[in-house]
Design a protein around this ligand. Structure first.
Ligand code: SF4
Length: 311
């Protein structure tokens, strides 16, 4: 069977390489208040990996020194890292646009009571995971009651101006298919989200439709249900060369909680750091070399290039 690398070489006439380092994505820990069935990182309350203050400060030095335009903060639930506010404030002070990815429900925890106001005051872009607009579907993937909790947090964000025209406070949502299928057309999904959430008094800016990555807990589900081969065959068949230009690995570097550098968050799972010709730790961050690197790929990359693309 043809590898992803060979498929890309045939489409591009050469290997997949980075285009720039416009974004530094920081995964600040795998701990999460939820244990979603589609999570490629198998994040959950029992995970102990957390980015330390020292690694964070190294990342902030790199952001400031090299004028990184966007800092994209993810997890796990990044809110559960005690140094999140320090990181956000440091990146904003360095002049970067800051994105925080959230599962929404974590913002209902008592220690997070004023976090939405902090996000607003810092001008943070919020990217919120809401895998579906059918409550039962969300609860099946994330646990009972999570859909209604998520909606209450979205209303709170709206009340602060998030998702509302003219405020500059961006609220984007993320859809994931409810199983081993690829997302339907983006526009139709977004229209449906807009209609059904508006009926519940919620507005947002845009919707990203991400296919489920065949890694971590979702891969375990595929293996258990004997669906791994057919899912991988489905994403291979749906390979779309037009997605290669915009792949996130071509425009970002992903920093694991311990400072190791990856082409993307997905590559953290099989433990595939950036190409060995490049520095592999945030302490040796060198955007000049990283912007010309060869991307390290494997079979899971077919999920990113299926249909309209995922990253
Ligand atoms: S999994 Fe990562 S390296 Fe592979 S195509 Fe997707 S973004 Fe690029």
């Amino acid at each position: 069977m043809r590898s992803f690398d060979d498929t890309v070489r045939e489409a591009l006439g050469g290997p997949l390489t980075a285009a720039d380092v416009a974004i530094l994505q920081l995964n600040i820990g795998y701990v999460c208040n939820l244990r979603c069935k589609h999570c490629h990182l198998s994040a959950g309350p029992d995970r102990g990996e957390r980015m330390s203050l020292e690694v964070m400060d190294e990342a902030l030095r790199a952001v400031s020194r090299y004028g990184i335009r966007t800092v994209d903060i993810t997890g796990g639930a990044p809110e559960l890292n005690p140094y999140l506010r320090h990181l956000v404030a440091g990146a904003r002070a360095a002049g970067s646009h800051v994105i925080v990815r959230t599962n929404l429900t974590v913002l209902l925890e008592p220690a997070m009571a004023d976090l939405p106001e902090f996000y607003r005051d810092q001008g943070v872009e919020v990217v919120a995971s809401l895998p579906h607009v059918v409550g039962a579907s969300v609860d099946r993937v994330r646990g009972g009651g999570t859909f209604e909790k998520s909606l209450s947090v979205l209303r709170r964000l709206n009340s602060l101006g998030y998702g509302k025209e003219g405020t500059g406070l961006v609220l984007n949502l993320v859809y994931n298919p409810p199983g081993a299928i690829l997302p339907g057309p983006q526009r139709e999904l977004e229209d449906r989200y807009r209609r059904e959430l508006a009926a519940r008094g919620i507005v947002f800016d845009g919707l990203f439709a991400f296919a489920n990555m065949a890694l971590g807990r979702f891969r375990e589900f595929l293996v258990r249900s004997r669906g791994l081969e057919s899912y991988l065959a489905q994403v291979r068949r749906a390979f779309n060369a037009a997605t290669l230009e915009g792949l996130m690995c071509r425009h970002l570097v992903s920093v694991r909680w311990d400072g190791t550098l990856f082409d993307c968050d997905f590559n953290q799972v099989p433990g595939l750091p950036v190409d060995e010709a490049c520095p592999r730790h945030i302490t040796a961050f060198d955007p000049g070399r990283l912007a010309r690197r060869r991307i390290v790929t494997d079979e899971h990359c077919f999920v990113c290039t299926a249909g309209a693309g995922t990253s």
